[in-house]
Design a binder for this molecule. Structure first.
Ligand code: ARG
Length: 459
């Protein structure tokens, strides 16, 4: 049954009905639709459109409808309803008869859908915040147990300066922290109720919209109905946050795929999140990470898709906006799944501290230290940089590490260099010197771990 049959004289085309229907995906909003409908029925009662008894009957019927479907939401799908709003209204009418037909007074599916979607987004947002916190906690605990694992830090995928595995973990804690702050920021704009906006210009009934908003857990009610029913900024914002979050997870995946390669050999991924090759018996493939890396694509795709749907769309509601949901539903689930999978991966890997250190010892990662040493002795940095470059070149020619070069050789390049050069270029000294905020010095890393633990409530 449609909600709008009166004006029509012929039946809808069968294929059009299917094409037009959103039930196959918006059925997941059943709970939110019922919740908002109950709140709406209370407003109608306050307005005298329903009496107390009628409101009770409607509320009880909606509650029992929710109980009927909660165990198997997919049971909704067998109906031929146009969307979740029609489905609920039809079923309400089936339960309580003609009284059910009063519920839609003063309301439109235009304000209904955006209310439902906002309620759904609020719930997803808190699920995501939880998952982000969980993953941060895992990173912090792995950082704590690997504080002394020295490995190369890369720029341009070239060994650059020594870092620790711990420090690498904390980089992701920072990214996740921003992801979470982005979501909290979105929440402020999301938590405003559009219910009572009607189709486009507000509702003709004296509804206390503020009270209605608060009763549903929103902070306030929207201030212009033309905007309220057209606004999908929150969908764009959530998909942007998801896109950025997925970028972080894809970089995490890429880092670990490289660390896990036999070329780097810094870590070994657990059997439980890798798979084998059907042909090559020796293979252990980082499938979980590769999938996280790739799933970025569909999330970014959904962001681009909603941007294009909304671009130049005239005010206010247009059916185009029905296309806001599938990408959003899929992307937030994908993001959440990837956060959990990233946790599984990092929690179960083995760090190969010996090869991490070996790699940090090769590649002249301590070349900057020679320049800084000369600067300490009074040489301007540019000059010092040039001289340490020449020393590196010499070491490469001699196939030696900087630590193995004789003092005599160092002194050929600068008389300022003395025996204490050696203790200045150890990996430990490279780390320790970087002790200002944000640096890799173990004391700083320790401090950051402590701060993160306090913030995440894991002390
Ligand atoms: N299924 C629609 C959507 O997802 C609900 C709103 C329909 N409004 C309307 N006037 N046809 O956007």
């Amino acid at each position: 049954m449609t909600l709008w049959g009166g004006r029509f004289t012929t039946e809808s085309n069968k294929f059009f009905k299917e094409f037009n229907s959103s039930l196959s995906f918006d059925y997941v909003l059943a709970k939110e639709d019922i919740f908002a409908s109950i709140a709406w029925s209370k407003s109608l009662k306050e307005n005298g459109i329903l009496n107390q008894k009628e409101q009770n009957i409607i509320e009880n019927a909606l509650t029992s409808l929710l109980e009927d479907i909660q165990k198997n939401l997919k049971s909704i799908l067998v109906s031929g309803s146009e969307d979740i709003h029609s489905w609920i209204e039809t079923n309400l009418i089936q339960k309580i008869g003609i009284l059910g037909k009063k519920l839609h007074t003063g309301r439109s599916r235009n304000d209904q859908i955006t209310t439902d979607l906002k309620l759904w987004c609020k719930n997803q947002l808190s699920i995501l915040l939880n998952s982000i916190t969980k993953l941060q906690k895992i990173f912090v605990s792995i950082a704590e147990s690997n504080h002394d694992v020295i490995m190369p830090g890369y720029t341009h995928l070239q060994r650059a300066q020594p870092i620790t595995f711990s420090y690498w973990c904390l980089a992701y804690v920072e990214m996740l922290r921003r992801d979470s702050s982005r979501l909290k920021d979105i929440f402020k704009r999301l938590n405003i109720s559009p219910l009572g906006s009607g189709a486009v210009s507000g509702t003709a009934w004296k509804i206390d919209r503020k009270k209605l908003a608060l009763s549903m857990g929103f902070d306030s009610a929207t201030r212009n109905s033309l905007d309220s029913v057209s606004d999908r900024d929150y969908v764009i914002e959530l998909l942007s946050a998801a896109s950025i979050g997925m970028i972080h997870l894809s970089r995490f995946s890429e880092d670990l795929i490289f660390f896990n390669s036999r070329e780097a050999d810094f870590i070994e991924l657990s059997d439980s999140i890798t798979s084998g090759s059907s042909l090559m018996p020796q293979k252990k493939n980082p499938d979980a990470l590769e999938l996280i890396r790739a799933k970025c694509g569909r999330v970014h795709g959904s962001l681009v898709s909603i941007l294009i749907v909304l671009k130049a769309l005239p005010l206010s509601y247009n059916k185009d906006m029905q296309e806001d949901k599938e990408g959003l539903f899929d992307s937030l689930k994908t993001w959440n799944d990837c956060l959990s999978m990233a946790g599984l991966v990092i929690n179960n890997l083995t760090v190969n501290r010996v090869s991490c250190r070996k790699a940090a010892e090769k590649g002249y990662l301590n070349a900057t230290e020679i320049a800084d040493y000369l600067v300490q002795k009074g040489m301007p940095f540019r000059e010092a940089h040039n001289i340490s470059g020449q020393i590196v070149l010499r070491a490469i020619q001699e196939k030696k590490s900087l630590n193995d070069l004789e003092l005599m050789i160092f002194q050929k390049y600068s008389q300022l260099i003395k025996k204490d050069i050696y203790k200045n270029i150890t990996l430990e000294s490279c780390l320790e010197k970087r002790s200002s905020q944000g640096g890799v010095a173990p004391s700083q890393v320790y401090l950051e771990i402590m701060k993160a633990k306090k913030r995440l409530n894991i002390l």
